[in-house]
Design a protein around this ligand. Structure first.
Ligand SMILES: NC(=O)c1ccc[n+]([C@@H]2O[C@H](COP(=O)([O-])OP(=O)(O)OC[C@H]3O[C@@H](n4cnc5c(N)ncnc54)[C@H](OP(=O)(O)O)[C@@H]3O)[C@@H](O)[C@H]2O)c1
Length: 250
């Protein structure tokens, strides 16, 4: 993959979703005019431009390997990674209200998209991110993945997939701290944001608490910039942070 030599690179994975698209827009408008590589199962709606390249990937290990080979000329130039993959429901899956709703097949599917897919990307990207420049990797998690904060129950598969993702992010941050000291990881909770994922549940959201993807994307990019700016003074531990930049208990 050829990109302009002087520009830092932002990689957005799971790039067709509402929050991912808003992140792509927000990065395109930033002063550092980073080149963006968007990776998605489908071809995202935003047209490819000079500053934006696409890679299609079904998130299998073989396909991720092919993408990494394409990205290898960008080794050391990537300063942001945003992993957006996540699924709460689809035509066949609904979040469980009670134990009897648990289905092994649905739970495995949610684990695959919400936990395994981001972990495979965290693994695959490791050799590309070591650099003298700061690199911040944000992974979309969810507050409902907090074990400490769970007072409501339900949504077993989604909660468990994000709790497992959080553990993966924490461990990966420790390993990145040894192997690539310039990398910091953030598990990010966007708040309830207007997207296909939240649409069936938006009726119960209090007034003013349903955010636009653009608002959340700007909040995340500000957080990533702050994290990059303070990298040298902060430990390599992952953080679990929400749209207000408040820490969430794991
Ligand atoms: N919206 C909210 O209220 C909310 C709240 C808390 C957390 N989050 C998290 O924020 C992230 C982005 O969500 P969104 O609101 O932007 O939802 P969205 O518009 O539905 O986007 C979902 C994303 O997940 C990926 N995805 C969907 N099904 C997948 C599958 N089977 N395998 C692999 N990837 C799959 C898609 O990537 P492709 O481009 O590859 O299709 C897409 O980027 C998710 O991780 C979600 O859990 C959202």
């Amino acid at each position: 993959m050829e990109t302009p030599d002087s520009l830092p690179i932002t990689v957005v994975i799971g790039a067709s979703g509402a929050l991912a698209s808003a992140c792509i827009h927000a990065v395109s408008a930033m002063a550092d005019t980073s080149h963006i590589v968007a990776i998605s199962r489908a071809r995202p709606a935003i047209p490819e431009t000079e500053g934006l390249s696409y890679l299609q990937c079904d998130n299998s290990e073989a396909e991720i390997g092919k993408c990494i080979a394409e990205l290898s000329p960008l080794r050391g130039k990537i300063n942001r990674v945003i992993i957006c993959n996540g699924r709460l429901h689809d035509d066949n899956i609904k979040p469980e209200k009670r134990l009897e709703d648990i289905s092994a097949e649905a739970m495995m599917a949610i684990m695959q998209s919400n936990t395994l897919t981001p972990m495979l990307w965290m693994k695959a990207l490791a050799p590309l991110l070591k650099s003298p420049q700061a690199c911040v990797m944000a992974v979309f998690s969810a507050r409902v993945g907090s074990i400490a904060d769970n007072h409501l129950g339900g949504w077993y598969s989604y909660r468990m997939s994000k709790a497992a993702l959080n553990m993966g992010i924490r461990s990966a941050a420790i390993e990145y701290g040894r192997r690539a000291k310039n990398v910091r990881l953030i598990a990010f909770h966007p708040g309830t944001t207007d997207s296909a994922l939240s649409r069936p549940f938006q009726a119960s959201v209090p007034e003013g608490k349903l955010f636009s993807p653009a608002f959340v994307a700007n909040s995340l990019l500000e957080l990533m910039q702050q994290t990059a700016n303070t990298l040298e003074d902060s430990p390599a531990e992952a953080t679990f942070i929400d749209w207000e930049h408040k820490t969430i208990p794991w």
